[in-house]
Design a protein around this ligand. Sequence first.
Ligand SMILES: Nc1ncnc2c1ncn2[C@@H]1O[C@H](COP(=O)(O)OP(=O)(O)OP(=O)(O)O)[C@@H](O)[C@H]1O
Ligand SMILES: [Mg+2]
Length: 324
Amino acid sequence: MYETSQKSTMKGHKEWINEVNFLGVVNHPNLVKLVGYCAEDDERGIQRLLVYELMSNKSLEDHLMGRGNSPLSWMTRLRIAQGAARGLAYLHEEMDFQLIFRDFKTSNILLDEDFNPKLSDFGLARQGPAAGLSHVSTAVVGTVGYAAPEYVQTGRLTAKSDVWSFGVVLYELITGRRAVERNLPRNEQKLLEWVKPYISDSKKFHLIIDPRLEGDYSLKSAHKLSSLANKCLTKNPKSRPKMSEVVEMLGNIIDDVLPPPEETEAETETGVGVEETEEDRDQDELGKEGGNYKRKVYEFKELVSLRNRSTGRLDWRCWMQGGR
Ligand SMILES: Nc1ncnc2c1ncn2[C@@H]1O[C@H](COP(=O)(O)OP(=O)(O)OP(=O)(O)O)[C@@H](O)[C@H]1O
Ligand SMILES: [Mg+2]
């Protein structure tokens, strides 16, 4: 099942090409799949179409803002944060070249039938700085309320700009409020300003937690999540954690909430558990990703040559990723 989306008037041709290029290369369980695309040149100009896999639970924004949905449990929020962090860590640290997402926000975190998160919208993504350079200089784009202050002020883009946006989304998960909400009283409109006095006073901290949770959350883990968000929201970008470190910290927060696993008979008999360790799983996943990655690079080259052959005039073209 697929979602089609006609974005010809909403997004420029450059963003459309960007999305096709980058989504054609990346391959990770926490990134949405581009199933196909086509562009047709007719009397109205170029009509562009992108076809994504259908994400049956729509976006995180839809759930957090309670558009007719039941509220997300605390554990689901933590898992969504971890999955989204894995998606960013892959883009920043696990490919041959670095990708900076640039538009990380709740409406671009889509949820599948099991609430697994996948990042969507690569129209604004940018390749990270070349070796030896600390940042990319670019025009400032993104969404108000999510962009890192140094990026807004100087146009200097690094992967740490995404880490800032991730911190903003963590506070949205904690509070159930938008990064910027014009319908609230003036002093509550900007989420990061509103939470400030509450996070510095541990007695008041519980007052910012999403009331839709109806108290069904662990205060200790909410504190830890807020302290992780604060790390991501450090003024100096260099002091912000890398996304792989964020994934690890989220893993620890989740482990603290989960009840300890019950001992199995085998464990009791031998005294030694043979459970797969986190490290084993990571290794396995890495192996799988590695294989797919090589295949993707190959597909990307094909795509580029396809594009080069038809530069000048964009005919209609349709591309399907293999195997789906
Ligand atoms: N693949 C998909 N499956 C299911 N729903 C989707 C899918 N892609 C988008 N949506 C829905 O459409 C909504 C709008 O997405 P869209 O990317 O067009 O706009 P946006 O994220 O609000 O803004 P922006 O254009 O800045 O990204 C999402 O919040 C989500 O509810
Ligand atoms: Mg979007």
